[in-house]
Design a protein around this ligand. Structure first.
Ligand SMILES: [Zn+2]
Length: 542
């Protein structure tokens, strides 16, 4: 009897340990830059079965995923997805932000060198990121046996998700048209990456015109192709299909790949090359591939939400996504991997388009306002230097040195600036970030402002624009669009999980961008990242 009990005990311990270690073979994160949640619905009738629809039908769809901080910007979005944290904690306070008395780029790092190019574009690393990522935590949990790779055209979108301990991050070099890296990760590109670059796919893709997938008159979700709300690729080139990509390429060089759908294909091609080259999903321990799709952002900025170009970009993305999921099935086996798809932020409708349809929304000239504020402060305090250093991320940064030199107190300068800014009707709210408690700001917005405010890296004053408004120098005939605000059009993003141990279903309960890392960590049974404030989405990680 005793022996039997002992055997039972041993078996249950074994079962528990096997259970505790049970992980998928691979996790794949797909972040689609500037993808609004409603793009899942907006173009659904023309999506195929293998892409977005496959995720929605076979996965778990969090229909109400909100970004719980401002500003809603690329570097912050990618970082928050992977850290489960917010700028106040993870330190990535913008694409660029204030650090140690300088305005710095989020991943810029002069202490490392480019790998795979002689351009400066490889001098990048995650050294400004203060918290760990879920990819770091997977590494820590498996004593670094798990492989972690990040791939994107944008350096920041490859580097920040891949974390501090990644085997590699690869991004695009617009000088050569190749994927490159930095000495932070490696001394030399692996052979598979060199082979990939040698295919010269960027050049090949840019030798083809961009035509619509379907007859242009069938793009019923968009304004007519010759709409006035779009930026042009080149001076005097019409904003209509077909686009003479080879002609533009001659003018711009490889950089163009970022602004055409073919750049999405190129990114997935590289992700597939990494999948095979690094045998991801074929090791004893779980691997992680972080992919970010950038052209959707460039196309969005250039053409806006309601454009045939944007519609065609998502219809094409759906095809590329289907093909990529097939590649994952082949490499790892359907059900053996987890894939999640989300966005780093969404995007507003073009302001002129909104105005033409009777919807309020005023352009806000942030540089003009900064100049006027400086002039006001100079007159008020009778000083010559500019007391506001700059604006950025809808924040105003105080010139600490000039304020000290003038013998002024920063608190007073901030207070006076806030009072002056409040006279401007563009702003629904103006917040002194060190004194938010006394501002009459709705709780949701206040919380997002607090989460986005990093004491050492953000501006002292945050402005919240009226709904529909955004920062642009143009007063009328506004082209393209942007993002950065708290409003649903910028902050409501897709969030779908599919695969290993993921139930089918959906929820309309509010979840946050910060819950994604917490959920993946719960599914993998690894520690949450060091700054994680998100919670596992219970319906998924049971
Ligand atoms: Zn972005």
């Amino acid at each position: 009897m005793k022996k039997n009990l002992f055997t039972l005990f041993c078996l249950s311990v074994l079962a528990m340990s096997v259970f505790a270690q049970a992980r998928p073979k691979l996790v794949v994160g797909i972040v689609v830059d500037q993808m609004r949640w409603d793009y899942l619905m907006r173009y659904q009738s023309r999506y195929g079965e293998g892409g977005f629809k496959r995720l929605m039908k076979n996965g778990f769809n969090c229909e109400n995923c909100q970004i719980n901080y401002i500003p809603t910007i690329t570097a912050i979005g990618h970082t928050s997805v992977y850290t489960g944290s917010v700028p106040s904690i993870h330190g990535i306070a913008g694409n660029s932000f204030w650090q140690d008395s300088a305005w710095v780029y989020c991943t810029g790092d002069k202490s490392v060198s480019s790998v795979g190019t002689d351009s400066e574009q490889g001098k990048m690393s995650p050294h400004r990121l203060l918290a760990t990522t879920m990819t770091d935590e997977l590494k820590l949990a498996t004593n670094f046996r798990s492989k972690v790779i990040g791939v994107s055209l944008k350096d920041r979108a490859a580097i920040l998700p891949a974390g501090h301990c990644a085997d590699a991050a690869y991004w695009f070099d617009s000088k050569t048209g190749n994927f490159i890296s930095s000495t932070y990760y490696m001394k030399d590109l692996p052979q598979w990456a060199k082979d990939f670059n040698n295919q010269k796919l960027c050049h090949k893709y840019l030798s083809e015109k961009w035509e619509t997938l379907y007859p242009v008159e069938t793009y019923v979700q968009s304004t007519a192709d010759d709409a006035p709300y779009e930026y042009e690729y080149m001076k005097n080139m019409p904003n209509t299909f077909p686009y003479d990509v080879p002609k533009i390429y001659k003018e711009t060089g490889p950089e163009l790949i970022k602004s055409v759908p073919a750049g999405m294909k190129l990114t997935f091609d590289m992700a597939k090359a990494a999948l095979e080259g690094e045998s991801l999903g074929k090791h004893d321990d779980c691997d992680f591939l972080a992919v970010s799709i950038s052209p959707s952002d460039y196309v969005g900025h250039q053409f806006g939400v309601n454009a045939v170009e944007t519609e065609d970009t998502y219809l094409r993305l759906d095809f590329y996504l289907a093909d990529f999921l097939k590649a994952l099935d082949k490499q790892v086996g359907n059900g053996n991997y987890i894939v999640f798809l989300t966005a780093d932020h969404a995007g507003a409708h073009n302001l002129s388009f909104l105005q033409d349809h009777g919807i309020l929304g005023e352009p806000c000239d942030m540089s003009g306002i900064t100049k006027a504020l400086n002039k006001y402060l100079q007159e008020e305090y009778k000083v010559e230097s500019k007391l506001i250093l700059r604006n950025g991320n809808y924040q105003f940064f105080i010139n600490h040195q000039a304020v000290a030199d003038a013998g002024l107190k920063e608190k007073d300068v901030v207070k006076k600036s806030v009072e002056w800014l409040k006279r401007d009707n563009h702003f629904a709210y103006v917040a002194d970030m060190e004194d938010l408690a006394s501002s009459s700001i709705p709780q949701t917005i206040r919380e997002r402002a607090v989460n986005g405010y990093n004491r050492l890296r953000s501006g002292a004053i945050q402005v919240i624009l009226q709904p529909g408004s955004y920062g642009t120098g143009a007063k009328k005939n506004i082209k393209g669009t942007t993002h950065g605000c708290w409003n649903p059009y910028d902050a409501h993003i897709p969030c779908i999980f599919m695969g290993w141990n993921i139930p089918k279903g959906y929820t309309n309960r509010e979840v946050h961008i910060t819950d994604i890392a917490a959920t993946i960590c719960a599914l993998l049974h690894v520690q949450m990242p060091s700054g994680c404030i998100g919670e596992p989405i219970e319906a998924i990680a049971k």
